[in-house]
Design a protein around this ligand. Structure first.
Ligand code: SF4
Ligand code: SF4
Ligand code: SF4
Ligand code: FES
Length: 596
């Protein structure tokens, strides 16, 4: 008898397709079948319960003890149960379920960015569903293209509810919900408003779980094409988390670091210079660590909270406008880097900043929103002109016919804004900004590097992590969280005057940028070579790619980046100088319009 190992000890004996198995009690039929190596088609079920509970009817099977067909995603296994996936009744029912979904779906697949990763097409294929078998009433369509971050097209929505659950699970804010009834049912912000007129923080987590093209990032590929066609001096910078996931777009295993191939691809795409946002991350640390130490020394507002995640900044402005003085005034790394490129580097290479076009490749769809903020402009130049997500970069590389896996490893452009430290690399994972800042704060306060360099106490994926450090004889307590559930706990503590912390890192997306709203979709059905528990391990694998790059770096602290030192000496003066404040710092808006 096959014995499927599991953490729990309580087991039940079942049969699937006549084969006996022993599985953990309490699993759904869908989960048990997966563990036993069977694929039951499913659409609304996703990653441990992110579904609207048996809404799609694509997973119907027969099971003894049940009356009629059951939805495998919600029906639990029981002792002695015999499950039949292949009965003619179940096969026909699953096919009809998919055909009904297709009958109310705008099937313009050739124009759809989800093509190639579309779960509806996948279940259509494995159920044998055909188009056009059922024609009937169509749901009125809403296409929301008003935000710079997300596009919502209800003509492609299968009402699976995954986005509704993800928004609640990640942030506890429930921006999305079901509206209307029957054929008029749609999913969206309250009253079918645009995202821009809702309390949405633009994190893009809902995009990541949507099985179809109903939720997509608002693409800026055309904008970059236009800048290239106009002969602009187009330079590109890439955030650390991109290199930890881009390979997935080309069938590589999750966690494969592809820094060199990514640089080679960008060069072949025609960018004049290929830079690393990590230079900006090192700059951010110099500014942020200095700001923290100044606040500690001068009795400034504490705890200070990191500010490089625009989803988190949106959350703070909307939900805690009375606590904005706790946020560091530092711009995020790619915005700092954009400001330096336009206001310093352009002059150095003899390019008029108005002819320079800065593209940021980001794991985060919210960076598209951030770059449009009025504060992200200096001397009349936008810091960053366009943001492409990791997924969009994958699309552009495929479009160009570049064989990504055959590319040589190349290095970022060797220029005056080229070097980066390991501290910059780990920005991409939750806890990374805190760790990078502590490495530098430790040096500034003690005059020496910390033995062992890393502050591993702040690593991990638990929702709220805390640690205590002694810096120059002074004890400081720090906390790290990602996703707005934890942020709410920490902000409520501050509001009540009970926060024990000096420094807090908050990132908008659970797990940090490695799990950002612009990262490659993680779907078991499209990843046949991965371990079968990939939904539990993909974040750790991406994080490991960044931690290993940090360990390979000769320089692992931002203050030891010699080009950063030169930038201060030659241009900025010192961290938190007047010029640094002008170019590298920002302010927040406590008066955002309210939509609740
Ligand atoms: S969501 Fe899927 S089925 Fe619908 S248009 Fe896009 S690729 Fe085609
Ligand atoms: S972008 Fe984020 S906050 Fe907005 S609806 Fe989606 S998950 Fe919720
Ligand atoms: S928008 Fe996408 S995730 Fe949300 S209910 Fe529709 S298909 Fe499902
Ligand atoms: S996956 Fe079971 S009903 Fe949708």
């Amino acid at each position: 008898m096959a014995n499927v190992k599991d953490k729990e000890t309580t087991k039940v004996n079942i049969k699937i397709e006549g084969i006996p198995f022993q599985v953990e009690a309490g699993l759904t039929i869908l989960e048990a079948a997966k563990k036993c190596g069977f694929e039951i088609p499913s659409l609304c079920a996703f990653n441990h319960g992110e579904c609207s509970k048996a809404s799609c009817r694509v997973c119907l099977v027969e099971a003894t003890g049940a009356r009629g067909l059951v939805a495998a995603c919600v029906y639990p296994v029981a002792e002695g149960m015999e499950i039949t996936i292949s009965s003619p009744k179940a096969v026909a029912a699953r096919r009809v379920s998919v055909e009904l979904l297709l009958s109310n779906h705008n099937r313009n697949c050739q124009e759809c960015d989800k093509n190639g990763k579309c779960e509806l097409l996948h279940v259509a294929k494995i159920t044998g569903a055909q188009e056009g078998r059922y024609e009937g009433e169509q749901t009125p369509v809403t296409v929301d293209e008003l935000t710079p971050t997300i596009k919502r097209d209800t003509s492609k929505c299968v009402l699976c509810g995954r986005c509704v659950e993800r928004c609640k699970n990640a942030h506890g804010i429930g921006v999305l919900g079901f509206e209307n009834r029957g054929f008029k049912t749609i999913v969206g912000p309250a009253e079918n408003r645009s995202f821009i007129n809702s309390p949405c923080i633009m994190c893009g987590q809902c995009i990541n779980v949507c099985p179809t093209g109903a939720l997509m990032e608002a693409s800026e590929i055309d904008k970059v094409d236009m800048a290239m066609a106009q002969g602009k001096y187009v330079v590109v910078q890439t955030a650390p988390a991109v290199r930890a996931a881009l390979g997935e777009e080309f069938g590589m295993k999750i966690g494969t670091p592809v820094t060199g191939k990514m640089v080679a691809a960008l060069r072949r795409l025609g960018y004049k210079k290929v830079f690393d946002t990590n230079f900006g991350a090192d700059l951010t640390i110099m500014e942020e660590a200095t700001e923290l130490l100044n606040r500690i020394k001068t009795g400034g507002v504490l705890p200070m909270i990191t500010s490089c995640s625009p989803g988190w900044v949106n959350f703070a402005e909307y939900y805690y406008p009375d606590q904005l003085s706790h946020l560091s005034t530092c711009k995020s790394p790619h915005e700092m880097f954009g400001a330096i490129l336009k206001n310093y580097y352009a002059a150095k290479i003899g390019v008029d900043p108005k002819d320079m076009f800065v593209v940021s490749i980001m794991p985060c769809s919210c960076k598209k929103f951030e770059k449009n903020r009025p504060e992200m402009e200096d001397n009349g130049y936008r810091d960053v002109d366009a943001v492409l997500t990791t997924r969009e970069l994958g699309r552009v590389i495929r479009r160009a016919g570049i064989m990504f896996d055959r590319l040589p490893d190349e290095d970022f452009d060797n220029d005056i804004v080229h070097d980066y430290s390991g501290a910059g690399v780990i920005f991409g994972v939750t806890g990374g900004v805190m760790e990078a800042a502590l490495r530098t704060a430790y040096f500034v306060l003690t005059g020496k590097e910390r033995e062992g360099i890393a502050f591993k106490e702040v690593r991990g994926f638990e929702n709220i992590r805390e640690a205590e450090f002694e810096l120059a004889g002074k004890k400081i307590k720090v906390a790290v969280t990602s996703g707005m559930r934890g942020a709410k706990v920490l902000l409520d503590q501050i509001r009540e005057g009970k926060s024990p912390y000096t420094f807090i890192e908050i990132m908008g997306c659970p797990g940090g940028c490695i799990n950002g709203g612009g990262q490659p979709y993680v779907r078991e059905v499209f990843l046949p070579n991965e371990d079968d528990d990939i939904m539990d391990t993909y974040m750790q694998k991406r994080a490991n790619a960044l931690y290993s790059e940090d360990e390979r770096q000769v320089v692992r602290q931002s203050h030891n980046n010699v080009q950063i030192q030169a930038l201060y000496k030659e241009f900025l003066g010192e961290p938190n100088s007047h010029l640094a404040h002008e170019l590298l710092h920002t302010h927040y808006n406590p008066n955002r319009p309210r939509f609740d």
